[in-house]
Design a protein around this ligand. Structure first.
Ligand SMILES: Cc1ncc(COP(=O)(O)O)c(C=O)c1O
Length: 361
């Protein structure tokens, strides 16, 4: 609250001011990145990240399929072509073998992707050593979609540091929020400077408004940034609470053979943004049975993100998997769900959810 109050007291309620500058510094320092641009959304961060990477009409951009549309909509804003990549069961994130397959295909087309958008799903990082090795081999830059993974680590290193550019979201449902907002992180000062320029309507340095490029109204407001600064002080505590929520569910469901929690590989220290699970193929209880039973009792649970390559809007674009039939992403979507994971949830409320799930088995 103090940061928001200060914004009003000093009349800095515009998309610039101390809170914006400080939020950029504080988040960059938290994840260990050199530069940051505070923007109105994670989607805006991905959009300007793609622009910085020079994405133009007709270019290929690889993107994880099992994700929210915010990961790939920006590819369409630039009239580029999304190529979707399947997930691996180990982490639910981009499958390196499917990625390699897509690179081989692109090579045959004589048209390599201009960027690879990796997604750290539900707060779990990708296996970056393996993904980076493949992207480096083909000289393709990574744009890391870390919208859901602020506070997560891969082999002890914060996510948000694995892309040439990395995007965060501070949307209302994320681990910390500015009510709505996002950030683009990079170690490249020039990239962030240019992104800030585009995000403030591409205003050239003239006494009057002068434009040599197309601009966007994408800067975060100083008031929103104030909310973000306050939220950042409780981020580590939130990660601890989210982890405790996940482990309480895990323990409670340990005796139900049909329930498998989202796996956590040894290299991953997630922020446990949402507790997610899958039901065994043979389970008589299906995800919608659980979601419906919770809804009937006034509790909201959600399906897993519906894979992008199966969305009516995106299904005409290429998709790469190593599965003989179907895909890992579809399988996880068909068998999975997200449980209530809000840090404001009391242990009694969590027990209530657990009871409603258990009574179905
Ligand atoms: C994986 C992923 N990518 C991108 C976004 C887009 O972020 P925003 O809603 O801030 O635009 C979100 C969240 O909303 C997300 O979950």
């Amino acid at each position: 609250m103090i940061y928001v109050k200060e914004a009003f007291d000093t009349n800095w309620v515009a998309p610039l001011g101390k809170n914006v500058d400080m939020l950029e510094k504080e988040v960059a320092s938290y994840v260990n990145r050199k530069h940051a641009a505070a923007l109105i959304s994670g989607t805006a961060a991905i959009h300007l990240g793609l622009k910085w990477l020079g994405i133009k009409e007709g270019d290929f951009v690889f993107c994880s399929s099992l994700t929210f549309s915010g990961s790939c909509n920006s590819i369409m804003y630039e009239k580029a072509i999304p190529i979707f990549i399947d997930s691996e069961y180990q982490s639910w994130n981009m499958d390196v073998k499917a990625l390699e397959k897509a690179f081989n295909w692109a090579k045959k087309q004589n048209k390599m992707p201009k960027a690879v958008i990796t997604v750290n799903l539900y707060g779990q990082s990708c296996d970056y050593d393996r993904i980076k090795a493949v992207c480096d081999k083909y000289d393709a830059p990574i744009l890391e979609d870390a919208a859901e993974s602020l506070g997560s680590k891969y082999k002890g290193i914060h996510t948000g540091t694995f892309g040439e550019l990395s995007a965060l979201s501070f949307n209302g449902n994320k681990i910390i929020t500015t009510s709505g907002g996002g950030m683009l992180l990079s170690d490249d000062e020039k990239a962030i400077k240019k992104v800030k320029f585009w995000a403030t309507q591409a205003r050239d340095n003239y006494p009057y408004y002068h434009h040599t490029e197309l601009g966007y109204n994408y800067r975060l407001s100083n008031v929103s940034a104030g909310i973000g600064r306050g939220q950042l002080t409780v981020l580590d505590e939130r990660v601890k609470q989210k982890k405790a929520i996940y482990h309480r569910y895990k323990e409670a469901f340990a005796d139900i053979d049909d329930i498998e929690m989202m796996p956590v590989p040894e290299w991953s220290a997630p922020n446990y943004w949402l507790t997610t699970l899958t039901l065994k193929e043979t389970s008589k209880v299906k995800p919608m049975d659980i979601i419906d039973n919770l809804a009937e009792n006034n509790v909201e649970a959600r399906p897993i993100w519906k894979p992008m390559h199966t969305q009516p809007y995106y299904e005409k674009y290429p998709f790469f998997t190593t599965k003989e039939s179907g895909s890992v992403a579809e399988d996880i979507f068909n068998r999975g769900l997200c449980l209530p994971s809000d840090t404001k949830m009391t242990t009694e409320e969590q027990d209530y959810v657990i009871g409603l799930v258990k009574e179905l088995f």
